[in-house]
Design a protein around this ligand. Structure first.
Ligand SMILES: [Zn+2]
Length: 185
């Protein structure tokens, strides 16, 4: 007979980590298979989903430096997540960050920062990544990016390249997804 309170100890799947893997993270966008990570590693993993989107070169370099000091005990992983979230740049489709915030002991983060964190579908996240823009964006920003991409991949300007044709299709598809997103309401 299984006791109700009995809990299976699952180890974090990050190599070398001995902590408990309490948090589920999808292995791919089909969401068929999952990793189990500890708090620290699931936060890092979740961040990778949309990692460099909307970051300046300086921020990317700083993030890379953080990676190098991965095992350093002085590394405070909450900082960049908080910053991203407060700027509405943190994509958290599985509310892992939300969970993390609630569970973190002694957490003094001002939750009002999170009011404006957008809820985006995976499709919308992919489209944002493709357009290399961040949410929230204006129609003008979207259109100007669209014009650049259309020019870049237009079949007439690419001598019938199959690759360009595929990319052109994606430009149009993603444009309509992103346009719909801001024209809703
Ligand atoms: Zn871990």
């Amino acid at each position: 007979m299984l006791k109700k309170e009995e809990k299976i100890f699952r180890k974090c799947e990050h190599p070398g980590c001995e902590a408990e893997g309490e948090f589920r993270a999808p292995k791919d966008r089909q969401l068929k298979d999952y990793y189990w990570f500890c708090l620290k590693h699931v936060s890092e993993y979740n961040k990778m989903w949309n990692y460099y989107d909307g970051m300046t070169q300086e921020e990317i370099e700083r993030e890379n430096k953080l990676d190098e000091t991965w095992h350093s005990p002085s590394w405070k992983f909450g900082i960049s997540l908080d910053k991203l979230a407060s700027q509405g740049k943190l994509e958290d489709p599985f509310e892992i960050y939300d969970k993390f915030l609630r569970k973190r002991p002694g957490n003094h983060t001002n939750n009002s920062n999170f009011v404006n964190v957008p809820k985006l579908s995976l499709e919308e996240l992919e489209a944002l990544k493709f357009f290399e823009i961040e949410f929230p964006y204006t129609k003008i920003q979207l259109k100007s990016k669209y014009k650049i991409l259309v020019k870049k991949y237009h079949p007439d300007l690419n001598a019938g390249s199959k690759n360009a044709e595929e990319m052109f299709k994606k430009v149009v598809e993603n444009y309509s997804i992103l346009l719909k997103k801001i024209e809703k309401k």
